[in-house]
Ligand binder design. Structure first.
Ligand SMILES: NC(=O)c1ccc[n+]([C@@H]2O[C@H](COP(=O)([O-])OP(=O)(O)OC[C@H]3O[C@@H](n4cnc5c(N)ncnc54)[C@H](O)[C@@H]3O)[C@@H](O)[C@H]2O)c1
Length: 230
């Protein structure tokens, strides 16, 4: 699996993932709006998928305050449609897709967890545009795998922090354990590309806390390397 298309390659996650994949010996094709490549442009996305062995789809409007509801749906939902469509057209067999733990519907006061710890079987209750867009992305991936047999591995990180941001996390966030380190996210992507998984799977990525990451541990052998040390 030598050539990987990384969407959102100029973002926080995309930059780290692209660097980590290159360190692991893979070639990376970058795709990001800041470089003029638009996920909303079906032809551009399909062209970018040609010749790739796998795709890491991290491009998105990454929270509710980063765009209008229309922008969020156009970029996240239609953009993912274009990525899946390009993969089908060009025979790409594996896609790692960034969803979010916001699909569960209790980020930033939206609601309360139905049960704790929150695991990957928790109901998907998000109703704000960003969380809803990720629910739709997950369903689309599931349906695409059913029809095409393309493997779609959906990662659901909680808030992603690097070393600097980790130093400024508030006590509340720490008590929730609702963070995952950027390096651990990049490691999960590499594991997902290499794992012998087929079909459609979804898994939460979180540091120690009130989220159960058993599925990522079982399917990928993933372990968060950073914990809250206060
Ligand atoms: N950062 C977090 O805490 C977090 C948590 C959970 C899930 N996620 C998800 O992880 C992924 C990466 O998030 P991030 O933190 O790197 O976000 P980011 O905002 O830093 O990066 C997103 C990138 O997508 C690009 N992009 C936006 N619209 C585009 C378009 N129309 N065409 C092409 N590229 C476009 C942006 O230019 C940006 O570089 C996203 O799918 C996000 O929803 C992030």
């Amino acid at each position: 699996m030598s050539l990987v298309l990384v969407t959102g390659s100029s973002g926080q996650v995309g930059r780290a993932v692209a660097a980590s994949l290159e360190t692991a010996g893979r070639s990376v094709r970058r795709f990001d709006l800041v470089d003029g490549d638009d996920l909303r442009d079906a032809a551009a996305v399909r062209a970018a998928t040609r010749g790739c062995d796998a795709i890491v789809h991290a491009g998105a409007i990454a929270h509710d305050r980063a765009g209008t509801p229309d922008d969020i749906v156009a970029t996240n939902v239609l953009g993912t449609w274009h990525v899946l469509s390009g993969a089908e057209q060009h025979g790409v067999g594996r896609i790692v897709v960034f969803s979010s733990a916001q699909v569960f519907g209790f980020a930033e006061g939206e609601g309360e967890p139905v049960s704790l710890p929150v695991d990957d079987d928790h109901p998907l209750l998000a109703s704000r545009p960003y969380g809803m867009s990720k629910r739709l992305v997950e369903q689309m991936c599931d349906a695409w795998t059913t029809r095409t047999r393309i493997t779609t591995i959906v990662l659901r990180p909680v808030m992603i922090l690097d070393d600097e941001a980790l130093g400024h996390v508030s006590e509340d966030q720490a008590e929730l354990g609702a963070f995952v380190h950027l390096d651990d996210v990049a490691a999960a992507v590499e594991l997902a590309l290499a794992a012998g998984i087929e079909g459609h799977v979804r898994m939460t990525l979180c540091g120690p806390g009130r989220f159960d990451t058993a599925r990522a541990r079982r399917l990928l052998g993933w372990q968060p390397s950073r914990s809250w040390t206060r």
